[in-house]
Ligand binder design. Structure first.
Ligand SMILES: [Cu+2]
Length: 499
């Protein structure tokens, strides 16, 4: 091991955050200090929890002698990878060593509202300097994650701006897959600051079809705001970029052998950014999106992930050398967003090759065919009021800004019915839209019909329309929001209930 791993504890921490499925099963995590987990009792009620998570402000070394202070789970970033078994109940003790009440959200899982981890749904807070024990049955199988669901607002130390994210892998009852090993990657920025206007990648989504009416309305609202002398609303930028908590070239390389088939599970744990990932000379065969198997395992030269999206993709290691696997944005990669992939028997400076432009198209992973007609269509238009809230953009869904005064359920579901959300984006930003406690099926993306792609986050492009269907199969309050922290914190949220 390289010199920065200088103790057994550090080694375990590295192993716990990095890769190697066999190192990550609960029994192997014993002795990992605060991350200690007890074996599951066979069918008997146990006083010990299966998993323990401890929330506290800790130092995180993102490069040698380069240490940031953020709130983490169990003193590490990313938080420990939790492997669960589909359908087998788990107990989790969550300790909050901070001064603020916390919410821990089980993103992508079909769980009850009182454990889901969203105050808006009525989940009890984990009190400051207190503890909460929860029990739930992990489902569905696949790559999920957990993260704080606290509002950050103007506080760049709170919410997802810090280090509160970790992966969950819910093992299916029958593991299928043609690969040699799994590697988990978490993409994450640190040291955020506000700016006026941003540099968000805009032109990578396909189809590129925009809706003229949405564009007219968004552009005229923006023009009117600027004409009144308003500045552009705040955006967030970052100083440091990491994969698995380490800046490029400052962590352990991923060591591979020629001919291996590696299954990468990639999570974008950014508070606000869309990320891309490429490995020169290699292709990604996408097998799952947001942890759910896709109907068409299309091969792509790079991945694109909105905030909170996950991609699972197999890479056949057939291009020996030492490579940079990194973001295609040169500036972000130069500030750390990458990890070295090193073939056995090869050494030298890691190489990066700028890939050809590529458009990310969700429908490439879907199937053609007719989806069932929905029982009801819910129309939603998203809009931005530039700089309207103390310099922050204020967001609306159908003209309504979610707030403390306006936090009641706006949409009413009946159990068993199939709903279609017709989402119309009247802003020029891309929004990674998330539905809690349910999965949805992509049915139309920018005018193109598709079927079979099940997700819990979908990017809705600037001035575009996206339709998703879901079955109301998990009664209780259900949160719907943009996962971009600045957007959700400034009104881009809504609540469903069951009636
Ligand atoms: Cu958004």
């Amino acid at each position: 091991m390289r010199d920065f791993i200088n103790s057994r504890r550090d080694f375990l921490k590295f192993a716990g955050s990095m890769a190697g499925a066999s190192l990550l099963r609960p029994v192997d995590a014993l002795g990992q200090g605060a991350a200690a987990q007890s074996p599951v009792s066979q069918g008997l009620p146990s006083p010990a929890a299966d998993y323990t998570l401890r929330i506290a402000a800790t130092p995180v070394e993102i490069a040698p002698n380069h240490i940031v202070s953020v709130t983490t789970y169990n003193g590490q970033f990313p938080g420990p990878l939790l492997r669960m078994k589909e359908g087998r109940p788990v107990t989790v003790d969550i300790y909050n060593d901070t001064d603020v009440p916390e919410q821990l959200h089980w993103h992508g899982q079909k769980v009850p509202a009182d454990v889901d981890g969203a105050a808006e749904e009525g989940t009890p807070y984990i009190p400051a300097h207190g503890k909460r024990r929860i029990t739930f049955t992990p489902q569905p199988a696949g790559f999920r994650f957990y993260h704080t669901h606290n509002r950050a607002g103007a506080d760049l130390h709170a919410g997802l701006y810090g280090g509160q994210a970790g992966q969950v892998y819910v093992e299916p009852k029958h593991e299928a897959g043609n690969y040699d090993r799994e590697i988990f990657l978490v993409l994450k920025e640190f040291d955020p600051s506000f700016s006026r206007g941003g540099d968000m990648a805009m032109d990578f989504l396909a189809p590129a079809t925009r809706v003229k009416a949405l564009e007219d309305s968004g552009e005229s609202a923006m023009k009117a705001s600027l004409a009144k002398g308003m500045p552009h609303g705040y955006e967030v930028g970052y100083r440091y970029f990491t994969i698995n908590g380490r800046m490029l070239a400052h962590g352990e390389p991923i060591r591979v052998k020629a001919g291996e088939r590696v299954l990468f599970h990639v999570l974008n744990a950014s508070a606000t950014e869309i990320r891309s990932l490429a490995l020169p000379g290699h292709v990604f065969q996408v097998v799952a999106l947001d942890g759910n198997c896709v109907p068409a395992r299309a091969e792509v030269p790079m991945l694109w992930l909105g905030t909170a999206e996950r991609v699972s993709a197999v890479v056949e290691m057939n291009h020996p050398g030492v490579w940079v696997m990194g973001d295609t944005a040169d500036d972000d990669r130069a500030h750390g967003m990458g990890i070295v992939v090193e073939y056995a028997g090869h050494s030298g400076k890691p190489q990066w090759v700028t890939p050809n432009p590529f458009h990310w198209n969700y429908t490439a992973f879907g199937k053609s065919g007719v989806v069932p007609a929905p029982d009801e269509v819910i129309e939603m238009t998203f809009a931005k009021a530039n700089a309207a809230d103390h310099g922050f953009n204020r967001w609306t869904i159908n003209g309504v800004t979610f707030s403390d005064e306006n936090a009641g359920p706006a949409y009413h579901l009946r159990e068993g019915r199939r709903y279609r959300l017709r989402m119309r984006n009247a802003s020029d930003d891309i929004h990674p839209i998330h539905l809690h406690r349910h999965s949805f099926e992509l049915t139309k993306v920018a005018g193109v019909s598709t079927a079979g792609v099940m997700k819990d986050v979908v990017m809705v492009g600037g001035y575009q329309e996206v339709e998703v269907d879901f079955v109301a199969d998990n009664p209780g309050l259900t949160l719907f929001h943009c996962h971009q922290q600045l957007h959700m914190d400034y009104g881009f949220m809504s609540l469903f209930d069951y009636v």
